[in-house]
Design a protein around this ligand. Structure first.
Ligand SMILES: Cc1cc2nc3c(=O)[nH]c(=O)nc-3n(C[C@H](O)[C@H](O)[C@H](O)COP(=O)(O)O)c2cc1C
Length: 224
C-alpha cells in the first residue's frame, strides 16, 4: 500500500518530470524559432503538469460512494502544510472528517433548517455530498486567513493530481457557526482555544465533470 510519503515523492517526481518536459519543450521551441518556425508558448505551457492540474480543477458537488484512502488524505495534509505562510508562522489548524456519522449528523440539523436544499436531486449531505470534509481553523484575532487560503489551494490542487475532486465550502461552515444545535459538531473539531473554524473543503472521488466557469481576463493586466 502506498504511504503518503510515496504519494509525495510521486507528486514531486511528476512535477519534476513536468518541469523537465516544459524545459525540454522550451528548448525545442527556441530551436524551432531559430530555425525560422513560430514557437507556440501556449502549447508549451499546457504540457506542464502543474499548469494542466490548475486548469483542470473544478469545484465538484457530486461524488461517488467511494471512500478516500487515508494515505491520500495524509498526502493532502502534507501538501497543505507545505504552503507558504507569513514568517513561517503556519497560522492554521486542520481537521479531517471521514466519519459518516459526523457528516450525516450535522446534515440532519441542516435539513431541519433548509428542507428545500435536502430535496435537491442527488442530495447526500450539506457538504456538497462529499464523503470527506477538511475543516480549516485560523486564529480568532483574524490573522492567518490569507495563509489558510494558500494551504487550501495546495490541498485542492494536490487532490486534483490524485484523481480526487474538491469544493471549497463557505456556506456550510457559516451554518455550523451560526446554528446553536450544530455547535457540538464545531466543538468536536477541537481547535485550540485561540483558533476558530474558518472554512472547509469537500473531498471525494468525483462523479461529475463540470465545464469551467467563465473567467474575466480583463481583471488581470500588465502595468505599462
Ligand atoms: C472562499 C470560497 C467559498 C466557497 N464556498 C462555496 C460553498 O459554500 N458552496 C459551494 O458549492 N461552492 C463554494 N465555493 C466554490 C465556488 O463557487 C467556485 O470556486 C466558483 O464558482 C468557481 O468555480 P470552479 O471552482 O469550478 O472553478 C467557494 C469557493 C471559495 C473560494
Amino acid at each position: 500500500m502506498k504511504t503518503w510519503k510515496n504519494w509525495i515523492s510521486g507528486l514531486c517526481l511528476c512535477a519534476g518530470l513536468g518541469v523537465g518536459v516544459a524545459t525540454l519543450e522550451s528548448c525545442t521551441a527556441q530551436g524551432q524559432q531559430a530555425g525560422g518556425q513560430t514557437a507556440d508558448s501556449t502549447t508549451v505551457e499546457n504540457k506542464n503538469v502543474v499548469v494542466e492540474t490548475i486548469m483542470a480543477r473544478r469545484s465538484i458537488r457530486k461524488y461517488k460512494d467511494q471512500p478516500v484512502e487515508r494515505e491520500k488524505l495524509e498526502a493532502l495534509l502534507e501538501c497543505g502544510i507545505n504552503a507558504p505562510s507569513g514568517m513561517n508562522q503556519q497560522p492554521w489548524e486542520v481537521r479531517v472528517v471521514d466519519d459518516a456519522s459526523y457528516i450525516n449528523g450535522v446534515t440532519e440539523i441542516f435539513k431541519k433548517v433548509n428542507p428545500k436544499a435536502a430535496e435537491e436531486e442527488g442530495f447526500k449531505n450539506m457538504f456538497r455530498n462529499a464523503p470527506v470534509v477538511i475543516f480549516i481553523g485560523s486564529p480568532k484575532d483574524g490573522s492567518g486567513q490569507f495563509d489558510c487560503g494558500l494551504l487550501g489551494e495546495n490541498i485542492v490542487l494536490a487532490a486534483q493530481s490524485m484523481g480526487l475532486g474538491t469544493c471549497f465550502l463557505g456556506g456550510p461552515v457559516r451554518f455550523m457557526l451560526d446554528n446553536e444545535e450544530a455547535k457540538p459538531y464545531v466543538d468536536r473539531l477541537q481547535f485550540s482555544a485561540d483558533y476558530g473554524l474558518l472554512y472547509a473543503i469537500a473531498v471525494g472521488y468525483p462523479d461529475e465533470s463540470p465545464e469551467a466557469k467563465p473567467r474575466d481576463a480583463s481583471k488581470a493586466k500588465f502595468v505599462e
